[in-house]
Design a protein around this ligand. Structure first.
Ligand SMILES: *Cc1c(COP(=O)(O)O)cnc(C)c1O
Length: 427
């Protein structure tokens, strides 16, 4: 097709080579759980378009909010100006979050939200009289985005460190939390992974501003679910060593794991929280970094007494209006229960893959189902198979996974699991 051959020559896709572009499907319309293709075919979006379309594509009230805001004021700068969509959104967001997380910075993507979180932490530490505390610690197996600082905090092996040499700044890594979600918690620090955190803090604590981690679910860094009690131990160690704790809930916020936020599994509150992806119900690129009053006040005592970040499209009114409508939609129904319902079915239907010689592990948490293969999957064959089966899956490496929209009904969940099993058996 002419459009596709033009695009192969001119348009980059995520992690793609212009010299040898991978195949792409041309999508014409996205509605509910469906991606409608230009060639007349359709696929269930089992990826929720990378975690975003949690309530399905194009929910009516979100599209209406976007249109009505577009008629009034698509954008104004946020320096020296403000607007109702930002104020209304912030009221709703603060009401939803754990008490104390209520100083909100809006940006345009998850990676930037992580950059802002790191800036907040470093500025707060320097302002509090700890100029040496400029380094960041994290666990292996994580993913925090593709900008420079965020990239440096991703898992050093599955991330992009090796592709950029010394241009990626060095960070402190502890091993991936060893106990998984379904394990019994072990109090012995040598067994639960906290001994390594303790050792790191004992050696380098005075240089560390913050520890950043995805609570419970490590997403694009390896799709692992670790034990929530790790977060309680981590919180205590951070407090003891004066290190700020940053939670990255960009992928998991808003019900995905069967709780409103993954931090709820552990009842632990961070000092700084990053949200994105489903924040706008998947309609627009938008993110938020939310700090405690303590962090904000410390920054206010610094020189400069200001948080030094300010994107051009900060708090874009269209995005704020859509996110406000998405929070109304979030509150209108028990979406976490829908995620748990999908999870029960994913667990039952994926279980048979455990006997396949090709499969290394199967894990499910909320509406996230993962089949870890022994060998990398043949991406091009999977890509073609998805269109023929009407189920959109986008594995990476050895990981075949689905996180369908919460509105996905049982017969469609079964179509997703059937496609996953077929791929796992070998195409
Ligand atoms: C997707 C993601 C990011 C980056 O968000 P972008 O909007 O792609 O920049 C950061 N952290 C986590 C956990 C993510 O899943």
């Amino acid at each position: 097709m002419e459009a596709l051959s033009f695009e192969r020559q001119h348009i980059w896709h995520p992690y793609s080579a212009m010299s040898a572009p991978s195949p792409v499907h041309l999508v014409d319309k996205a509605e509910g759980i469906w991606l409608h293709l230009e060639n007349g075919g359709k696929m269930i979006d089992a990826m929720s378009s990378w975690w975003c379309a949690a309530y399905g594509h194009a929910p009516e009230t979100l599209v209406a909010a976007l249109k009505s805001q577009a008629d009034r004021m698509p954008h104004v700068m946020f320096g020296g100006l403000t607007h109702q969509p930002a104020i209304t959104l912030t009221r709703k967001l603060v009401a939803l979050l754990p008490h104390g997380l209520d100083r909100v910075f809006y940006s345009d993507s998850g990676s930037v939200a992580v950059e802002v979180a790191v800036k907040m932490a470093v500025q707060a530490q320097i302002a509090a009289g700890h100029p040496a505390r400029t380094q960041i610690a994290t666990a292996r197996g994580g993913y925090h985005g593709d900008t420079w600082k965020a990239m440096s905090l991703c898992d050093p092996e599955t991330g992009m460190h090796s592709h950029f040499g010394r241009a990626v700044s060095a960070q402190h890594f502890v091993p991936t939390p060893p106990l998984v979600f379904d394990d019994e918690w072990l109090d012995e620090p040598k067994q639960n992974g906290l001994a390594e955190v303790e050792a790191l803090f004992a050696r380098h604590g005075a240089d560390i501003a913050a520890f950043i981690i995805e609570p419970v679910v490590q997403g694009a860094g390896g799709m692992r679910f670790y034990h929530p009690a790790y977060l309680r131990g981590l919180r205590a160690l951070c407090d003891h060593h004066g290190i700020l704790l940053i939670f990255d809930e960009i992928a998991t916020g808003f019900g995905r794991t069967g709780a409103a936020f993954t931090m709820d599994h552990a009842s632990v509150r961070p000092d700084i929280l990053c949200l994105g992806k489903a924040l706008t119900g998947g309609i627009m690129s938008f993110a938020a970094t939310i700090a405690t009053a303590d962090v904000a006040e410390r920054i206010g005592q610094g020189n400069p007494a200001a948080l030094m970040h300010g994107p051009t499209f900060m708090a874009n009114p269209l995005a704020c209006a859509v996110a406000g409508a998405a929070l109304d939609l979030w509150r209108s129904r028990d979406w976490s229960a829908e995620a748990r319902r999908i999870g029960v079915q994913l667990r039952a239907e994926l279980a048979s893959a455990a006997t396949y010689p090709t499969v290394a592990d199967i894990r499910v948490l909320g509406a996230i189902g993962v089949i870890e293969m022994k060998d990398p999957l043949p991406m091009d064959r999977v890509h073609a198979f998805c269109a023929s089966e009407g189920v959109w899956l986008r594995p990476f490496g050895r990981l075949l996974y689905a996180m369908p929209p919460f509105i996905t009904q049982p017969e469609d969940v079964s179509r997703i699991t059937a496609a996953m099993l077929a791929i796992a058996r070998g195409l």
